[in-house]
Design a protein around this ligand. Structure first.
Ligand code: CAA
Length: 263
């Protein structure tokens, strides 16, 4: 459905309904250059618009999910150029607007922008030997793609502050213990397979309900409890206008498997 027209990423369909994007700049440990991010945004948008895709897996190599923003590209950047070009704003322009679920399968290094990229996805799976971290302080900068905001939601302020101020890494095992990752696997292969299996399961749900579920869960990260609960109930009510609600509940009553219309 989405062809491999890219230089820094690979796109494939490991199972029906599952679009998989593999970051593929091995010589730079998948450092997130502007070119790579442009391709990633383009592929995500195409998969989001592709009717045969129900969920997306985002992964890297066994050695690196992504070792961060491209330091060589940033080395000579000035304040005025960063400000005038709104440097890395494009990182946050597409991913938060993708409506299909994105599962990150994180193996190896997920540092700086790599950790932030994982945190932008909907579900993180990782291998126990993965290394997460926000080492920006060691380069004389700070996280610039959500690390100081999204990590706090995941692990609390005290732990996030310690990581961001010292630049120390945390392991895949810790990521799972702290709730950053939903599941931890022993090997990279199992991790990617686990993500593909979950994506396949999600792709088998009604696309209307799946989009609504992702939307209301994400709303909880942006608004207060009262507004979030109101929003959830409105969307819940709205789903009684979908065909798939009738299909799902009739199938349950008739002890059949639902055949979703996605309407
Ligand atoms: N940018 C550019 N190139 C990078 C890179 C990065 N973030 N990370 C690794 N590379 C390159 C290395 O320069 C090296 O290239 P050469 O062979 O041409 O020298 C190649 O990838 C392999 O890396 P190493 O030889 O360093 O591999 P290693 O196994 O010894 O170490 C590592 C791995 C610990 C991840 C180490 O590469 C490292 O510390 N990388 C930088 C991590 C980092 O600081 N990331 C944060 C970036 S800032 C950021 O992301 C800002 C933001 O919030 C948006």
């Amino acid at each position: 459905p989405v062809s491999n027209q890219y230089e820094n990423i690979l796109v494939d369909q490991p199972k029906p309904g599952v679009g998989k994007i593999t970051l593929n700049r091995p010589r730079a440990l998948n450092a997130l250059s502007s070119a790579l991010f442009q391709e990633l945004n383009d592929a995500l948008q195409k998969l989001d618009n592709d009717d045969s895709t129900g969920a997306i897996v985002l992964t890297g190599s066994e050695k690196a999910f992504a070792a961060g923003a491209d330091i060589k590209e940033m080395k000579d950047l000035t304040f005025s150029k960063a400000y005038n070009t709104n440097f890395i704003a494009s990182w946050s322009s597409t991913i938060p607007n993708i409506r299909k679920p994105i599962i990150a399968a994180v193996n190896g290094h997920a540092l700086g922008g790599g950790c932030e990229l994982a945190l932008m996805t909907d579900i993180i799976y990782c291998s126990s030997s993965a290394t997460f971290g926000q080492p920006e302080i060691k380069l004389g900068i700070i996280p610039g793609a959500g690390g100081s905001q999204r990590l706090i939601a995941a692990i609390g302020k005290s732990r996030a502050m310690e990581l961001i101020l010292t630049g120390k890494n945390f392991s895949g095992t810790e990521a799972a213990q702290w709730g950053v990752a939903a599941r931890v696997f022993y090997s990279a292969e199992e991790c990617v397979q686990g993500a593909v299996n979950t994506a396949e399961k999600i792709a088998g749900m009604s696309k209307v309900a799946m989009r609504a579920a992702k939307e209301v869960v994400n709303k909880s990260q942006e608004v207060g409890l009262r507004d979030g609960l109101d929003y959830e109930r409105k969307v819940f009510h709205g789903l009684f206008g979908s065909k798939d609600q009738k299909i799902g509940m009739s199938a349950f009553a008739e002890k059949k498997k639902p055949e979703w219309s996605n309407e």
